[in-house]
Design a protein around this ligand. Structure first.
Ligand SMILES: *Cc1c(COP(=O)(O)O)cnc(C)c1O
Length: 410
């Protein structure tokens, strides 16, 4: 979003016009930024065979999936429904990796029937999978390297208490299961958390995985997961993917020559691709001055945008109606009947009732985590592509809330 002649614009379009055309609350995404991020990550690894699989739980509107498929990316999925959405969006099964946790064997069997790549994260399922498929269906194994990474305990997945992956200390057992079933291991995977800032944390995990890879002679790819941190406010540092590219390519290429085969290096970013491409717009219904605080109350709540309450996430807030007003201090809250605060003590251009606020970094884990709590309707989604706006999801109606409910007689 840029300020041109006192008007906030996304890809040349006036955001206030978009908001009056589609109403608030509203999610808006721009393809331009997604493409820019995709290319930035790809270009950080110029001399390596690299594949980027978009982790679609971040934002799963079918149009976003179709656009990312057109860019040439693959898809990282965590449920059979995401697999089906990915296939519908045009990804070939070969380009979809299915990385579930705690799902039933039945669901994994369905994924095999769709011919997508299977990533297994526990020994019990690995063993059952081996009994059924033996050497017929190759699999990838999710390793937990036990490194502490990630910005928040809810999004750290690599530590000792984590439910994710098969512990690096259980490899002897894994080997036993593989040998007994003559299994074909085509990939190794790790994903140690989100919001990892430090390139050296990636490299540490990568070293563990690459050392282990020497024991698996039939590999096609190594998947280093994701967790790239993006900037949420000015001055924020984010993962230096260019520096990661230099360090990891070097290490990976050396590994490949030692291994005797050029493997594919994979990543599965969610946030990195879509976070900054998204904006959430909401209108100020009420300014409420209490003894201690000035609240700005919006026509939305944590049902639409839960990250601040769930992860203590900071989302930068701009008053797009009054770009030139002097800043004042507000606590920005929602309309849900429990505490749902979007931001505490924020400096925002002085707000009048009716003004529209914009939340930045609203592409990842925002709409996809929204709910109907308080029987509120989910907002519309708009995509801006090549300077034009497209409605890609209608605002919900009351009928949508009742659609699957069955009324009985009393
Ligand atoms: C959530 C998830 C990702 C994406 O993480 P980001 O921090 O959004 O990049 C990647 N891989 C797996 C297995 C995940 O569960």
């Amino acid at each position: 979003m840029e300020l041109n002649n006192n008007i906030y614009q996304i890809d040349g379009l006036d955001v206030l016009e978009i908001c009056s055309k589609y109403n608030t609350p509203l999610y808006v995404y721009e393809t331009k930024k997604i493409e820019e991020q995709y290319k930035r990550l790809l270009n950080a690894f110029p001399n390596t065979k690299v594949k980027i699989n978009y982790a679609c739980k971040a934002l799963s509107n079918i149009n976003i999936l179709k656009f990312i498929s057109k860019l040439g990316a693959g898809l990282d999925t965590v449920s059979i429904q995401e697999v089906e959405l990915g296939l519908k969006a045009g990804f070939s099964p070969f380009d979809i990796i299915y990385t579930p946790n705690s799902v039933s064997l039945d669901e994994i069997v369905r994924a095999v029937e769709f011919s997508v790549r299977i990533n297994i994260d526990n020994i019990s399922i690995l063993e059952q999978f081996g009994h059924i498929y033996g050497d017929k269906v190759p699999v990838c194994i999710r390793i937990n390297p036990h490194i502490l990474a990630g910005g928040n305990s809810k999004i750290s997945t690599g530590h000792i208490d984590s439910k994710f992956g098969i512990s690096i200390h259980q490899m002897r057992h894994v080997e036993r299961v593989i040998q007994a079933n003559n299994m074909h291991i085509e990939g190794l995977h790790m994903h140690t958390g989100s919001d990892i800032l430090d390139v050296d944390v990636f490299i540490r995990g990568a070293n563990i995985l690459l050392d282990l890879a020497m024991d698996f002679p039939e590999l096609e790819y190594i998947d280093f997961g994701s967790g790239f941190k993006v900037p949420y406010k000015s001055g924020d540092i984010s993962t230096d993917v260019e520096s990661l590219g230099v360090k990891l390519s070097d290490r990976f290429n050396n590994f490949c020559s030692e291994y005797g085969k050029d493997l594919c290096l994979m990543f599965e970013p969610g946030k990195f691709l879509v976070s900054e491409a998204g904006y959430f717009f909401a209108k100020v219904n009420v300014i409420k001055q209490t003894t201690a605080t000035v609240f700005a109350g919006l026509d939305s709540g944590m049902n639409h945008f839960i990250r601040p309450m769930f992860y203590d996430a900071y989302h930068h807030i701009v008053n797009v109606s009054k770009p030139n007003n002097n800043p004042r201090i507000y606590t920005v809250v929602g309309y849900i009947c429990e505490t749902d605060t979007f931001g505490w003590d924020r400096k925002i251009e002085e707000i009048s009732e009716g003004d529209i606020l914009c939340f930045q970094n609203a592409g990842a884990y925002c709409f996809s985590m929204s709910s109907n709590y308080n029987s509120r309707l989910k907002p519309a989604e708009v995509l801006i592509h090549q300077g034009k706006d497209y409605l890609i999801r209608e605002r919900e109606k009351l009928e949508d809330l009742l659609k699957n409910q069955k009324e009985i007689e009393f």
